[in-house]
Design a protein around this ligand. Structure first.
Ligand code: DX5
Ligand code: ZN
Length: 224
């Protein structure tokens, strides 16, 4: 089953608790947190205190996408603050093998993230240890950008690679996914779809989540 992960970046930061209740009631299981440091990416979002507050409010899983230059120094603190999954960029982590193992040793699931133009080959040696791979379908830093279509080919190739190796990691996509393209995204073979503007940016986030999930599932059913 395909999972839609609402990204809080598109939410109303004065009403996040309420909006989380809306997507939880619509069946969301994992919330996506975009942490930006104004250094690895040209924008600053939010950090540990926001996670801590929301951790007291909901039992949904927290997926923390670290777009920061120094993931090694902060990953454990995000897990302590309530992250269940933490992903780090291969472009930002010179010792990514160590970073992924650190995340797992702190009790979270570890993801490796690739920017749109970063080749899949950078994953070769870490694929057996990752819990998930996040393929960015926009250049990270901002919500509401346009989907980059060549990433669909990366999804298909990564899926093939996974089955050839008999591995079980999940494939996640993030950026520019809307009601119009979630069908082709699902057909390409992703397991988890991050959606910001099209869910928490919508007037009714719960309804928007349900519509996204139905459109993804309808596309998969047509293919079957
Ligand atoms: C971009 C972030 C995304 C963003 C997605 O740097 O990693 O998670 O919130 O937002 P939309 O769905 O609006 O492209
Ligand atoms: Zn993200």
């Amino acid at each position: 089953m395909i999972e839609i992960l609402p990204s809080l970046l598109a939410g109303d930061f004065a009403r996040l608790g309420e909006q989380i209740d809306q997507v939880a009631a619509a069946g969301a299981r994992i919330l996506h947190f975009d942490v930006m440091d104004g250094h690895f990416v040209p924008n600053i979002s939010f950090g540990l205190p926001v996670l801590e507050s929301l951790r007291r409010k909901t039992r949904l899983q927290f997926d923390v996408h670290l777009m920061i230059s120094d993931a090694d120094s902060y990953a454990a603190r995000f897990i302590e603050a309530g992250a269940d999954l933490v992903s780090v960029h291969v472009e930002a982590c010179p010792h990514i093998d160590r970073t992924l193992r650190l995340i797992q040793s702190e009790g979270a699931r570890a993801g490796a993230v690739l920017n749109p133009a970063t080749p899949l080959s950078t994953l070769e040696h870490i694929l057996p240890i990752v819990d998930y791979v996040l393929l960015m379908s926009v250049n990270p830093g901002y919500g509401g950008q346009k989907f980059i279509p060549y990433v669909l080919d990366k999804v298909r190739r990564l899926r093939e690679w996974r089955s050839r190796l008999g591995l079980g990691f999940a494939i996640q996509i993030d950026g520019g996914v809307t009601l119009d393209n979630v069908g082709v995204v699902a057909e390409a073979g992703v397991d988890w779809v991050v959606a910001g503007t099209s869910v928490l940016g919508a007037p009714d986030p719960g309804q928007a989540l349900i519509a996204m999930r139905q459109a993804a599932e309808a596309a998969l059913a047509r293919r079957a």
